[in-house]
Design a protein around this ligand. Sequence first.
Ligand code: C2E
Ligand code: MG
Ligand code: MG
Ligand code: MG
Length: 274
Amino acid sequence: DMAMYAAKALPGTAALHYDADMAATSVGAELQDAIRDDQLFLLFQPIVTLDEGHRVLGAEALVRWNHPVHGTLAPAAFLPLAERTGLIVPLGRWVLRTSLRQLADWPAGTLLNINISPRDLREPDFATALSALLDEYGVAAAQITLEITESMPVVAGESFTMLDELRALGVKLALDDFGTGSSPLSLLHDVPLDEVKLDRAFTQADPDGRVSVAAGVAHLAEALKLHVVAEGVETPQQAERLRELGYRAAQGYHFARPMPAADFEALLPVEARA
Ligand code: C2E
Ligand code: MG
Ligand code: MG
Ligand code: MG
């Protein structure tokens, strides 16, 4: 029953508008405990081919908080607080470790996209820590794509240095939510990217011309030799239109919702699981 994984607002976050410090202190302390006590968990949303077979190419790891009082919380309920308080750094390390531990359990070569925060790129030991985790769990760097959202300003000088370090490790980099940010297009070749993810605002075609943004991004990705994934595909019509526009990979409720690890594992090809 996927309903239990639906997004919920965190009661009490509304209080942030009135007394930011106090609420940040109590909810922040709870989140700190949550990271330490493994109240967080990951769901995995398949990334599939857009051809008839809808072959599973990999998954994206998406964090949830199993809150002792409020139940399962979606990232929107706690990531903004984590970003403000700096807890995003230990949270991100938890996500990396848990993702790699999970990958170690799956067939060799399974691909996983992991979201990171712009803040991670300013932590001088980020690449070193990731490299140590890859070694610890015996995961190949090539299995990992790190997703950096375009909706937050990424790019200070030290972030570029870190992106190069990460690339040197052999992990891939994706620009997430593409089209929602205010990045100059020059970012696409200034940052050593492997993939762009078209934001669902453009996947979900409507009559006002957004579909031509999807077409433009497909051309851009092809010209720059970037892998491109369409996010938030909810209907067969959207899937078909994107396929016609040249998209080969997609993600969305039409194919599969974010799901527990065991359910994703069951979708992997039998020969890969043997
Ligand atoms: P995102 O990286 O763009 O992830 C895609 C979001 O769209 C997910 O929301 C996913 O559940 C949702 N989604 C997938 N398919 C569909 C669809 O067909 N329709 C609609 N309406 N939504 C769809 P979720 O899991 O709530 O995550 C929200 C955002 O939180 C993510 O957006 C990402 O930016 C951030 N996030 C999630 N997990 C992590 C994490 O481990 N670390 C960091 N730093 N950020 C994370
Ligand atoms: Mg993402
Ligand atoms: Mg996205
Ligand atoms: Mg998004």
